[in-house]
Design a protein around this ligand. Structure first.
Ligand code: MN
Length: 215
Protein backbone atom coordinates (compact mmCIF):
# COMPACT_ATOMS: atom_id res chain seq x y z
CA UNK A 1 0.00 0.00 0.00
CA UNK A 2 1.53 3.26 -1.07
CA UNK A 3 -0.79 5.87 0.51
CA UNK A 4 -2.75 5.76 3.76
CA UNK A 5 -5.26 8.36 4.83
CA UNK A 6 -5.85 9.55 8.39
CA UNK A 7 -8.48 12.01 9.52
CA UNK A 8 -7.24 14.14 12.42
CA UNK A 9 -10.78 14.41 13.80
CA UNK A 10 -10.28 11.01 15.39
CA UNK A 11 -7.60 12.22 17.81
CA UNK A 12 -6.97 15.02 20.29
CA UNK A 13 -3.26 15.65 19.71
CA UNK A 14 -1.13 14.30 16.87
CA UNK A 15 2.66 14.09 17.10
CA UNK A 16 5.27 13.15 14.51
CA UNK A 17 8.51 11.52 15.64
CA UNK A 18 11.84 11.23 13.82
CA UNK A 19 13.77 8.02 13.09
CA UNK A 20 13.62 5.74 16.15
CA UNK A 21 16.24 3.11 15.19
CA UNK A 22 15.53 1.02 18.27
CA UNK A 23 15.39 3.91 20.75
CA UNK A 24 12.20 2.77 22.47
CA UNK A 25 13.21 4.01 25.90
CA UNK A 26 13.95 7.49 24.61
CA UNK A 27 10.56 7.55 22.91
CA UNK A 28 8.74 6.49 26.07
CA UNK A 29 10.47 9.30 27.98
CA UNK A 30 9.44 11.83 25.33
CA UNK A 31 5.84 10.62 25.38
CA UNK A 32 5.72 11.04 29.14
CA UNK A 33 7.21 14.51 28.84
CA UNK A 34 4.54 15.63 26.38
CA UNK A 35 1.77 13.94 28.42
CA UNK A 36 0.85 11.73 25.51
CA UNK A 37 -2.49 10.01 26.18
CA UNK A 38 -2.80 6.64 24.44
CA UNK A 39 -6.60 6.89 24.56
CA UNK A 40 -6.82 10.26 22.82
CA UNK A 41 -3.59 10.99 20.96
CA UNK A 42 -1.82 9.65 17.89
CA UNK A 43 1.89 9.22 17.25
CA UNK A 44 3.09 9.06 13.64
CA UNK A 45 6.65 7.94 12.87
CA UNK A 46 8.71 8.80 9.78
CA UNK A 47 10.00 5.20 9.54
CA UNK A 48 13.28 3.44 10.37
CA UNK A 49 11.89 2.01 13.61
CA UNK A 50 14.58 -0.67 13.66
CA UNK A 51 18.38 -1.25 13.52
CA UNK A 52 21.43 0.34 15.15
CA UNK A 53 19.81 1.06 18.53
CA UNK A 54 19.22 -1.10 21.60
CA UNK A 55 15.61 -2.17 21.15
CA UNK A 56 14.47 -2.85 17.60
CA UNK A 57 11.87 -5.35 18.85
CA UNK A 58 10.49 -2.81 21.33
CA UNK A 59 10.04 -0.35 18.47
CA UNK A 60 8.46 -2.99 16.20
CA UNK A 61 5.97 -3.70 19.00
CA UNK A 62 4.65 -0.17 18.45
CA UNK A 63 3.03 -1.48 15.26
CA UNK A 64 0.55 -3.35 17.50
CA UNK A 65 -0.56 -0.17 19.26
CA UNK A 66 -3.75 1.56 18.14
CA UNK A 67 -2.21 4.96 18.98
CA UNK A 68 0.76 4.48 16.63
CA UNK A 69 1.26 4.67 12.85
CA UNK A 70 4.42 4.72 10.78
CA UNK A 71 5.47 4.97 7.18
CA UNK A 72 8.03 2.49 5.87
CA UNK A 73 11.69 3.42 6.06
CA UNK A 74 14.59 1.99 4.08
CA UNK A 75 15.52 -0.14 7.12
CA UNK A 76 12.08 -1.79 7.14
CA UNK A 77 12.47 -2.20 3.38
CA UNK A 78 15.84 -3.94 3.79
CA UNK A 79 14.42 -6.19 6.54
CA UNK A 80 11.46 -7.19 4.36
CA UNK A 81 13.78 -7.92 1.44
CA UNK A 82 15.81 -10.15 3.77
CA UNK A 83 13.00 -12.16 5.37
CA UNK A 84 10.79 -12.23 2.28
CA UNK A 85 13.17 -12.46 -0.66
CA UNK A 86 16.29 -13.85 0.97
CA UNK A 87 18.32 -10.74 0.11
CA UNK A 88 20.41 -10.57 3.30
CA UNK A 89 23.66 -8.82 2.53
CA UNK A 90 22.40 -5.24 2.33
CA UNK A 91 20.53 -5.41 5.63
CA UNK A 92 23.34 -7.31 7.37
CA UNK A 93 25.77 -4.57 6.40
CA UNK A 94 23.41 -1.73 7.36
CA UNK A 95 22.23 -2.39 10.89
CA UNK A 96 20.41 -5.72 10.56
CA UNK A 97 23.04 -7.78 12.40
CA UNK A 98 20.92 -7.84 15.62
CA UNK A 99 18.43 -10.07 13.77
CA UNK A 100 21.06 -12.58 12.64
CA UNK A 101 22.39 -12.84 16.21
CA UNK A 102 19.03 -14.00 17.59
CA UNK A 103 18.64 -17.67 18.45
CA UNK A 104 15.96 -19.93 16.92
CA UNK A 105 12.74 -19.06 18.72
CA UNK A 106 13.66 -15.41 19.14
CA UNK A 107 14.45 -15.14 15.44
CA UNK A 108 11.06 -16.63 14.57
CA UNK A 109 9.34 -14.13 16.88
CA UNK A 110 11.31 -11.28 15.29
CA UNK A 111 10.37 -12.49 11.82
CA UNK A 112 6.70 -12.35 12.79
CA UNK A 113 7.15 -8.85 14.16
CA UNK A 114 8.98 -7.74 11.00
CA UNK A 115 6.20 -9.14 8.83
CA UNK A 116 3.95 -6.39 10.23
CA UNK A 117 6.15 -3.95 8.28
CA UNK A 118 4.46 -5.16 5.08
CA UNK A 119 1.36 -3.26 6.15
CA UNK A 120 3.21 0.03 6.56
CA UNK A 121 2.25 2.59 3.92
CA UNK A 122 4.97 4.53 2.11
CA UNK A 123 3.09 7.80 2.46
CA UNK A 124 0.72 8.98 5.19
CA UNK A 125 -1.82 11.67 4.33
CA UNK A 126 -3.06 13.48 7.43
CA UNK A 127 -6.14 15.60 7.02
CA UNK A 128 -6.06 18.12 9.86
CA UNK A 129 -8.48 20.89 10.67
CA UNK A 130 -7.17 23.42 8.18
CA UNK A 131 -4.36 21.63 6.38
CA UNK A 132 -2.96 18.52 4.74
CA UNK A 133 0.20 17.10 6.27
CA UNK A 134 2.14 14.40 4.42
CA UNK A 135 4.61 12.03 6.05
CA UNK A 136 7.15 9.90 4.17
CA UNK A 137 10.55 8.50 5.11
CA UNK A 138 13.04 10.16 2.76
CA UNK A 139 11.21 12.20 0.11
CA UNK A 140 8.07 12.78 -1.87
CA UNK A 141 9.77 12.58 -5.26
CA UNK A 142 7.60 14.96 -7.29
CA UNK A 143 7.06 18.69 -7.61
CA UNK A 144 3.31 18.28 -6.95
CA UNK A 145 1.70 16.14 -4.31
CA UNK A 146 -1.51 14.31 -5.12
CA UNK A 147 -3.26 11.62 -3.10
CA UNK A 148 -2.73 8.28 -4.81
CA UNK A 149 -0.34 9.55 -7.48
CA UNK A 150 2.23 6.99 -8.61
CA UNK A 151 5.70 7.97 -7.40
CA UNK A 152 9.03 6.12 -7.37
CA UNK A 153 8.74 3.98 -4.24
CA UNK A 154 12.47 3.47 -3.93
CA UNK A 155 13.02 7.25 -3.92
CA UNK A 156 10.33 7.64 -1.23
CA UNK A 157 12.35 5.52 1.20
CA UNK A 158 15.92 6.23 0.03
CA UNK A 159 16.36 9.53 -1.82
CA UNK A 160 18.51 12.33 -0.43
CA UNK A 161 18.49 14.51 -3.54
CA UNK A 162 15.93 17.02 -2.23
CA UNK A 163 17.58 17.54 1.15
CA UNK A 164 20.99 17.85 -0.49
CA UNK A 165 19.63 20.65 -2.67
CA UNK A 166 18.04 22.35 0.34
CA UNK A 167 21.36 22.20 2.18
CA UNK A 168 22.83 24.09 -0.80
CA UNK A 169 20.01 26.63 -0.43
CA UNK A 170 18.26 25.38 -3.54
CA UNK A 171 14.70 24.25 -3.31
CA UNK A 172 11.02 24.94 -3.78
CA UNK A 173 7.76 24.13 -2.08
CA UNK A 174 6.08 20.87 -2.98
CA UNK A 175 2.71 21.99 -4.30
CA UNK A 176 -0.49 20.25 -3.21
CA UNK A 177 -0.09 19.87 0.55
CA UNK A 178 0.66 22.24 3.41
CA UNK A 179 3.52 20.46 5.11
CA UNK A 180 5.78 17.46 4.55
CA UNK A 181 7.63 15.58 7.29
CA UNK A 182 10.62 13.42 6.43
CA UNK A 183 13.39 11.59 8.31
CA UNK A 184 16.26 9.49 6.95
CA UNK A 185 19.09 12.02 7.13
CA UNK A 186 20.52 12.65 10.61
CA UNK A 187 20.85 16.38 11.29
CA UNK A 188 22.05 18.33 14.32
CA UNK A 189 18.76 20.25 14.37
CA UNK A 190 15.59 19.84 12.31
CA UNK A 191 15.79 21.40 8.86
CA UNK A 192 12.72 23.36 7.84
CA UNK A 193 12.67 24.85 4.34
CA UNK A 194 9.62 25.86 2.31
CA UNK A 195 6.94 23.37 3.40
CA UNK A 196 9.45 20.60 4.12
CA UNK A 197 10.43 19.45 7.62
CA UNK A 198 13.34 17.07 8.13
CA UNK A 199 13.15 15.79 11.70
CA UNK A 200 15.72 12.99 12.03
CA UNK A 201 18.02 14.43 14.68
CA UNK A 202 20.09 11.26 15.07
CA UNK A 203 18.64 9.99 18.36
CA UNK A 204 20.45 6.67 17.96
CA UNK A 205 23.78 8.52 17.94
CA UNK A 206 23.09 10.01 21.37
CA UNK A 207 21.29 13.13 20.20
CA UNK A 208 17.74 14.25 21.04
CA UNK A 209 14.75 12.46 19.54
CA UNK A 210 12.60 15.03 17.77
CA UNK A 211 8.85 14.93 18.40
CA UNK A 212 6.71 17.59 16.71
CA UNK A 213 3.09 18.30 17.57
CA UNK A 214 0.98 18.97 14.46
CA UNK A 215 -2.43 18.94 16.15
MN1 MN B 1 16.53 5.89 6.63
Amino acid sequence: MMYQYLNGENWRHIYIVGDLHGCRQLLDEQLLACRFDIDQDLLVAVGDLIDRGADSLGCLALLNEPWFRSVRGNHEEMALNAIGEGIHQQWLMNGGEWFYQLDGSRMIAAKHALNRCREMPLILHLLLDDKIVVVAHADYPATHYAWGAEVDSSAVVWSRSRIESLQKKQGAPIIGADAFYFGHTPLSTPLIAYNQHYIDTGAVFGNPLTVVQVQ
